[in-house]
Write a protein of this length. Structure first.
Length: 117
């Protein structure tokens, strides 16, 4: 069973930065794609960024130019570098990975990001 473990969340002031990590229990090369989602209180979970095994990364409009998704195959880890953070970025951030060939969809437990002065 694949496990995804997020880390790196916390409290940061507006304009600050955080880097989230998502460590997988196995090889991330086996995933068709990976991504970050977030869910703010009272709102639906939304897609933040995706990184496919091949192809371009994608970002939701509200984070373009501020967030960067990346991965390290040697460490089996995906990252989300978040700069110029805003209060509206406050949410629980979830790591996601999919294996489309077998219809599998995996989620981490989430990590809280709070942007506040």
């Amino acid at each position: 069973q694949v496990q995804l473990v997020e880390s790196g969340g916390g409290l940061v002031q507006p304009g600050g930065s955080l880097r989230l990590s998502c460590a997988a229990s196995g090889s991330i090369f086996s995933f068709t794609a990976m991504g970050w989602y977030r869910q703010a209180p009272g709102k639906q979970r939304e897609l933040v960024a995706t990184i496919p095994r091949s192809g371009s990364t994608n970002y939701t409009d509200s984070v373009k130019g501020r967030f960067t998704i990346s991965r390290d195959y040697a460490k089996n880890t995906m990252y989300l570098q978040m700069n110029s953070l805003k209060p509206e970025d406050t949410a629980v951030y979830y790591c996601n990975a999919v294996k489309r060939t077998i219809g599998a969809d995996y989620w981490g437990q989430g990590t809280q990001v709070t942007v506040s002065s």
